[in-house]
Design a protein around this ligand. Structure first.
Ligand code: SF4
Length: 73
C-alpha cells in the first residue's frame, strides 16, 4: 500500500466521515481496505502513508521519502 505519500486523515478519502471537510479534532473510522479490518478509530489529525486525496479537500500530503541506500556509508 506504499504509494509514496503521507497525509492527514481529515484529507484522506478513507476517513469515514460524512463531513465533506472534516476537522482535525473529528474522529471516524478508517475505511482503507487493508486497515479497515482493524476497525481503527482515527482523528482528523492522525495520518499514515496509505493516504489518498479526499475529493474536494485540498491535500496536505507531504512527500514520503525512504532513506536512499546510497546514503549509508
Ligand atoms: S489512517 Fe491512513 S488510510 Fe486511514 S483515514 Fe487516516 S490517512 Fe487515510
Amino acid at each position: 500500500m506504499a504509494d509514496g505519500q503521507w497525509g492527514n486523515c481529515k484529507g484522506c478519502k478513507y476517513f469515514g466521515s460524512h463531513n465533506p471537510q472534516p476537522g482535525g479534532d473529528e474522529t471516524s473510522r478508517c475505511m482503507q481496505p487493508e486497515l479497515s479490518e482493524f476497525e481503527l478509530e482515527v482523528s482528523g489529525d492522525s495520518g499514515c502513508n496509505a493516504w489518498e486525496a479526499r475529493a474536494g479537500v485540498a491535500g496536505t500530503a507531504t512527500p514520503y521519502t525512504e532513506p536512499a541506500p546510497s546514503s549509508f556509508h
